[in-house]
Design a protein around this ligand. Structure first.
Ligand code: G3P
Length: 217
């Protein structure tokens, strides 16, 4: 399973890259607002840190506007994935962009039907939002399972990029279903390291080691 980090914070991206966990980055307009920096500059800097896909989202809602913005964004680096919303114009732009060999991440997916038509439009990634789905009383993981089944039935190569991840179990459940990618905030990716028994084990081993009076090297 690939891990993308869902942030536009450069320091966080650098730290994750050093752990070897980082396979790509996803941004969105809200994350750009949170980072408080120029969008294009930020994406350009992210591209100096990772060779993995970097999602940069268009904000135009019409096809021509999306294509104009995509043109600016895809020039930043060869690993930019243009993020388009799951709308008619978004899928039209998706079809055109992927036809040109550009990576496209179709975002704001909340149904299996939407995921199906995104794959038909040639999306490189489909982003179902599991956390926001859970928030309104649906099970986000049921959606991931449905999409996995549908894509397998027809051998669609569109990668399932699980988004709106709120906790480590979202990642574990998505991995069990066979989702291709999870994008998560830095905090959630860091939580993957944690287990209280690991901490207790380290404390116990250290205590006993100190009692031996030995040193390594
Ligand atoms: O990048 C899109 C998605 O991951 C947003 O997550 O937590 O705002 O629902 P959230």
């Amino acid at each position: 399973m690939k891990f993308f980090v869902d942030t536009a914070d450069i320091a966080e991206i650098r730290e994750l890259a050093d752990t070897g966990l980082l396979d790509g980055v996803t941004t969105n307009p809200s994350l750009i607002k949170k980072a408080g920096r120029d969008f294009i500059e930020t994406v350009r800097e992210i591209a100096t840190i990772t060779d993995g896909p970097i999602s940069a989202e268009v904000v135009a809602l019409d096809y021509d506007g999306m294509m104009r913005e995509a043109e600016v964004l895809r020039k930043i680096a060869r690993n930019i994935a243009i993020k388009v919303p799951l709308t008619r114009d978004g899928l039209k732009a998706c079809k055109r962009l992927t036809g040109d060999g550009t990576l496209v991440n179709v975002t704001l997916c909340f149904s299996a039907a939407q995921a199906l038509i995104a794959a038909k439009a040639g999306a490189s990634f489909i982003s179902p939002f599991v956390g926001r789905h859970d928030d309104v009383g649906f099970n986000g993981m049921d959606l991931i399972a449905d999409i996995r089944m549908i894509y397998a039935n027809y051998d669609y190569s569109t990668e399932i990029l699980v988004a709106s991840v709120r906790h480590p179990m979202h990642i574990v459940e998505a991995a069990k279903i066979g989702a291709d990618v999870a994008t998560a905030p830095t905090k959630v990716l860091m939580q993957l390291f944690n287990h209280p028994l690991t901490d207790l084990g380290i404390a116990g081993f250290l205590k006993d080691w100190q009692a031996t009076g030995q040193a390594i090297g």
